[in-house]
Design a protein around this ligand. Structure first.
Ligand code: AMP
Ligand code: MG
Length: 422
């Protein structure tokens, strides 16, 4: 079984993964998806010149000389609120009360904020009850002052988004402002999740001698969902050829785009699984130069559906998911930025390394503007609570034997920014 680097394993896996076909979805369902079309605007945003302040729409020439010491008097011709169009023009010597977002009335070319007028001296309720018939403007205004011009945000005809753009709440808002109800995105991968092992019990089953509960299926299901895939839970396959083959076929029938198995790839039992997977497609078994997570299987099932065989140990399974399965799912979704966010942190305790790339569970915190990392303690690959305490994985390069306290390490953040506790 060849020993390959983390980077090579990832590159080999990704070389078999393509973005999936596209589908049209309502914009509110597009969050976390990747755009597969160009978005052009057929309007200006905002569609008209409008006021950026509550105040008075004026002709700037009228108030060019206005100062606190020699204010300029204007007659108030009317008022316009957001959502309405003024029924009159701003003639020389007049002003129109205007609210934020209201269209700039004809004749006006600037807005004077309330704060720069005699209106500011009056309490708001009094101002609303009896609008002033005249105001004194106490500051000069230049043309376009406090005016948001039509097209300030987006011009008609402009290309606003290109294929490959990841859709976040702000993109959804931009699409809404353009009047787009739906967009073309890559569809979400259906990810079949299969646990292997005669020792595994379902969550609801009472413990029995020699048995443990199947935690990997749950961790993997949650990871798939968080990454944007659609989990298909295939349950537990017993360590027999017939059972494993039956489950894999069930997954293929349910239209799986990717399989994630756990267990059965370590030296003790990989031969059985290798035989089984070998008969269902072309499988390769690797030992990846990392700790935890050394054993890993990868291959293509019948029809070219990729299968990533994660290790059985719960911590190894999760660390391997983050390194290999997450990028694969993201690529299927159409993402091009596949790496997890990393920070540089000061190590608060020594770490020794194994000669492989180490993924050490750490707690990153922020002190005096700098990130610090300390380990979660016991690093056994079966200690899933150590993953639960961690918010990051310190990455220790293969050639580094030990890292001294006070030196900097790269930490791959497990949670960022939500739930990172930073
Ligand atoms: P294996 O690679 O199948 O030998 O599994 C390695 C270790 O991970 C063994 O201790 C298994 O009992 C454990 N393991 C395998 N699958 C799971 C699972 N789905 N949930 C929890 N532990 C598991
Ligand atoms: Mg097993």
């Amino acid at each position: 079984m060849p020993l390959i680097s983390v980077d090579e394993a990832l590159a080999r896996i990704l070389s078999h993964i393509r973005p999936l076909e596209t589908e049209r979805v309502p914009i509110l369902d597009a969050q976390g998806r990747v755009l597969a079309e160009e978005i052009f605007s057929d309007i200006d945003v905002p569609p008209f010149d409008n006021s950026a302040m509550d105040g008075y729409a004026v002709r700037s020439a009228d108030v060019a000389q206005a100062t606190l010491q020699s204010p300029v008097r204007l007659a108030v011709a009317g008022s316009v609120a957001a959502g309405y169009v003024a029924g009159m023009r701003v003639e020389p010597g007049t002003a129109i009360r205007i609210m934020t977002g209201a269209p700039l009335p004809e004749g006006a070319d600037a807005v004077v904020p309330y704060e720069d007028t005699s209106d500011f001296d009056r309490p708001k309720d009094e101002r609303l009850a009896a609008p002033a018939g005249e105001i004194w403007v106490r500051a000069t205004a230049q043309p376009r002052d406090h005016v948001r011009p039509a097209g300030e945000d987006i011009h008609r005809g402009e290309r606003v988004m290109a294929p490959g753009r990841a859709i976040r709440p702000q993109e959804i808002g931009v699409l809404a402002s353009l009047g787009r109800e739906s967009v073309l995105v890559h569809r979400r991968p259906r990810v079949a999740i299969l646990a292997t092992g005669d020792e595994l019990l379902e969550v609801h089953e009472p413990l029995q001698p020699g048995k443990i509960r199947n935690s990997n299926e749950y961790t993997n299901t949650a990871l798939v969902a968080r990454t944007g895939g659609i989990p298909i839970r295939l349950g537990i396959a017993r360590d027999t050829k017939a059972h494993l083959v039956a489950r894999i076929r069930a997954g293929l029938e349910q239209g799986a785009d990717l399989f994630l198995t756990s267990g059965g790839v370590s030296v003790g039992d990989f031969d059985v699984v290798k035989d089984v997977l070998g008969s269902e497609g072309q499988m390769q078994f690797w030992q990846v130069c990392m700790k935890p997570g050394k054993p890993l299987a990868f291959g293509l099932l019948a029809g070219g559906v990729p299968l990533i065989g994660l290790p059985g140990n719960p911590v190894s399974a999760m660390v391997s998911f983050e390194q290999f399965a997450r990028p694969a799912i993201l690529k299927m979704l159409g993402h091009t930025d596949l790496a997890k966010p990393e920070v540089r942190a000061i190590l608060d305790e020594p770490i020794t390394n194994s000669g492989r790339r180490g993924f050490v569970r750490v707690i990153v915190s922020r002190r005096e503007g700098r990130y610090h990392a300390r380990t979660t303690g016991e690093q056994g690959s079966g200690v899933l609570t150590s993953m639960s305490r961690a918010n990051g994985l310190a990455i220790i390069p293969e050639e580094v034997e030990c890292v001294e306290p006070g030196s900097e390490v790269t930490v791959q953040m497990l949670d960022w920014p939500e739930g990172a506790g930073l």
